[in-house]
Structures are given as C-alpha cells and as structure tokens.
Design a protein. Structure first.
Length: 279
C-alpha cells in the first residue's frame, strides 16, 4: 500500500516558495526541437477525473493538467481515448505521457510527474451488507476493474488479509471501469466493489444506484502523469515538475481542485528518488 511521507517540517507555504525559486534557478533548457513539439498527453475515460462531456474532454485531472500546459512554452495536445487504446498510444510513442496512479512497480520502469491530486480507494457495498473492516470481506466476492492501479492495490489487500487471518476474498475482474461493475453490484453478482471513491460515487449518481455503503481502504493515492523513459525525457519531465511546483506556490491549482472537490497532494517535495519523479 502506498504510504505518503510525512510533510516537511518547514511550513508548507514557505516550502512551496523555496521550491518555486529553485525551479526557476535550475530550469535547464531542452533542445529547441524538443521544446517546439507540444507535449502529447493521453487520458482514458475515468470520470470524474477524465471523461467526454458533449464532445469535449473534461474532468479534474484534465483541468489540472491544462493549468500546467497553459504555462508550458510548447503547450500540450490532450487525447481522450478508451483505456486500452491510451496504453497502446504510450507504448507506441504516439503520446509522451499518460494519466496513471503512481505505484512502486510502475515507478521501476516509468518516469512520473509530481502528483496533481490525492485520492483514495475503498469498497462500495449495498445494504444490508455494510462491512466495517477488511476482515468482514473474507470469503466474499469483490469486483474490480482490470488492468488498473485499484486491482494492484486490491491484490495487496487480499494477500495481507490471507496472511493475517488465513482467508481472503474472491476477486471478480471486470474489463470496464464505468457504471457496469456498479450495476453488477446492484444485481448481487458480488458483495463489494473496490474502486476509487470519487469514480464510484460519480457513476452511482449518474445511474441512480443506491443507497451504497463505503469502506475506505487505501488512502494517499497519488494521480500523476507517467512518461516512458527515452533520450531527453528525464530532463523534460524534470522541467514539467519544476513548473508544477511553481504553479502550486502561486495557488494556480486551487480553483480546479475546489471546483471538482478534490484534495491536493500531501507528498513532501522533492519526493524520495525511488518515486522516480525527476526534479
């Protein structure tokens, strides 16, 4: 489970200002050919973080990314496609970055932006089933979207439950991360649905599914942009991250975070090198 480091003892406002100054002083220039090409960023359908609204891409992550892109000299090109297609675009080099949740396995082979927001995962269930602890899910069916960071975290939770109590839950995998798993929960296909808190709430409201119970399970989940390592990429990501710090110090993310009712990251900057977030 991803645990967020304790904030630096330096007051946050002063910390941001010092890091912003550092970002300006250390802003190394990239080759003009690289700077002239817009940063191509892929997103997948994942409301309320990234989704299509009347033909226009929107969502909390997209709007936060636009704040950075508007301040980036070369600008950005944003693409919203289905999840499998988004990953194909990154693998083929058709996009430079992809919205992903950070985890320690991904950090071993990908470069990450600094977190744009922080969220949590948990279990939605329908009354009368109302688990108050992870142990209450033992020997029950739990649905989850795959492949995903939620699935990665759910497998770890299940292993922990098995290790501590000798019995885990049965994981039911779904290739869709939209309203379908919630409909299956409503029909009793499984006992709980493990999902991002805001994603579950958004689709439940959209489909009129409820009432639902929610058991928080994984906090401090960091949503970032992930980059494939390639020549010149580390410095480009570092420049992107220094710009994020500068904008955070200016309060540029406050309005979209408030509008989308999202939480800013609580990670101390610069993060540990193992996070693979160049700065």
């Amino acid at each position: 489970m991803l645990r967020v480091p304790s904030p630096n003892l330096l007051p946050r406002s002063r910390l941001w200002m010092r890091l912003a100054l550092l970002a300006v002083l250390t802003g190394a220039l990239l080759p003009s050919a690289v700077l002239s090409a817009p940063l191509r960023i892929g997103f997948h359908e994942f409301a309320p973080f990234s989704y299509n609204d009347n033909g226009q891409p929107t969502g909390a992550l997209i709007e936060l990314t636009r704040v950075v892109c508007n301040a980036l000299p070369e600008g950005c090109e944003l693409r919203l496609v289905p999840n499998p297609r988004a990953k194909q675009l990154l693998a083929s080099g058709e996009v430079d970055a992809l919205f992903l949740g950070w985890n320690e396995v991904r950090a071993q082979h990908m470069l990450f932006s600094l977190p744009l927001l922080e969220t949590e995962y948990g279990f939605y269930s329908r009354p009368p089933f109302a688990p108050q602890a992870l142990t209450a899910l033992a020997e029950h069916k739990v649905g989850v979207f795959v492949p995903s960071n939620t699935h990665f975290e759910l497998v770890k939770l299940n292993q922990s439950l098995k290790t501590q109590h000798g019995q885990g839950f049965q994981i039911v995998e779904f290739p869709q991360g939209n309203e379908l798993p919630l409909r299956m929960l409503q029909k009793g296909r499984f006992h709980a649905y493990f999902v991002n808190r805001d994603v579950g709430a958004w689709y439940a409201a959209k489909e009129g599914i409820g009432p639902l119970n929610f058991l928080p399970a994984v906090s401090g989940v960091q949503y970032c942009l992930a980059f494939e390592p390639k020549p010149g990429q580390r410095e480009r990501v570092a420049r992107f991250n220094r710009l994020i710090v500068k904008l955070m110090a200016q309060g540029a993310f406050d309005t979209p975070l408030s509008q989308w009712q999202m939480s800013p990251t609580s990670v101390s900057f610069p993060p540990d090198p193992s996070w693979n977030m160049p700065f």
